[in-house]
Design a protein. Sequence first.
Length: 494
Amino acid sequence: MALLNSPAVRREAGHAPDWLGRVFAWALVGGVGILLGLQYWDPHPRIIPVLVAVLTFGVAWRLDMAAAVSLLVFVLPYPKGTVFGNTNLAFILLVLVIWLLRVSLRLSPRPRASGVDLPILGMFLWYVLSFYNVRSAEALVPAVMNFGLFVACVVYFYLIVNAIRTQRDLQRLHAAQLVTAFFVFAIAAIEARIAGSVFIPGLLDFRGTLGSDFNTRDVRVGSSFRDYELLSEYCGITFLLAMFMWVRARSQTQRWLLTLYGLFGLYTLFTTVTRGIVVALALALPYLIFVTRRRLNAVRFLTGLAVIVAISLVMNFIVARYTNSGDLFLRMSETRVVHGVVPEARAETWRNAWERALVHPILGQGPVYREMPGYETVWPHNVYLFIANLIGFPGLLFFVLLLAGLARLLRPVVDDLRHTSYADAYLIIARTQLIVFALNELKIDFLRNPIYIFQVWMWFGTWVAAYLVSRDHGVRSPDFKALPEPPAEAVRAA
């Protein structure tokens, strides 16, 4: 009966709003907030995770599925370790249970295909088969935990695909991603100032963040991900989303806020002192320019490009001179390559990873990157080689097919970032984000990080959901009614 009396059912039945229930809910949230504040000053290792889990379940049930998925976006960057992996797995399972209940009660639509189900199924199958080469008890435990992370990420992916069904849902998800990124950037700024210290015991520990001269120089921040290279990728992909929102802003206030937000994201990117994301953005942005070329005003475009270059130079100067981090552009100038394209710093690790992958080329060594006699145990620094090591070259083929399938789905059918169909306009940015990701992962591997891996599958789900919204409610839909489109000359002049 409690389920049938939920707010969602009452709204669909046309009943009056449950004001008493709303007051109780706000009081509960306020009480939990006070308790969390007390825990900040005198933390207990078990109270915070339990409170967050209860709050997540309660809020997720009270709201619609799009809001529940957006709530996951907020909590996933801050997991706590447990005996079964981390709390992210528990949060995702909670929302999965809610979704299954809603589907069974016909409060949510039936599940739908994503368009890239076969590659995901192939990766899942090869993950299972790869356990054949896990021959020791020491390797079995982390292998099971890593496999559990993969399954949780796939569940998260399908939750997003099935929860985001309208243009409004997609906008809310993007808003949640931007807000979450802001807090990630803020944590990175704090980390740069207190490297080597603990900010929140048991939650934000920066003792692994070190630099030179007593952490006053060459500090490279990783924020809640604990990895500066992956944080730089997160900053680059989020910057593209912020730029998209800036272009579509309807007021000067929104544009100023998004401008400050973008500068904050760039600042965080520079404090990671990571070269790869700068190269990936430089290679991906020409695609974005090419797709939107008919909408560009040449004078404004060149002016904006000059401003971005100037801001980047100034930002790098400020970070290198007045913060604890290093000089990104100086580090880029010192980059050397071998064989014409391979970065010198990656040559040996790539060779080692390639030779390790050839030991078990069909099934892989299992879902854990472990010691192997005769080879170094260092991260491959290349997600494609990483996957080949874990689940063999057939598994790598499925992952490449997944990326190719995403690229196919994200083919934009409009060339205007201000198009009235939000989802169709976003597909331009989504494909650019995919290009940045695919290029940047050539020199880094998201699979090594049990926190950041959820962000990758969040993007996969967001991109697929955007395509499905475009198909059902965008220009591909026969019911779509677009506003009259102004001439291209008028758009460029504007």
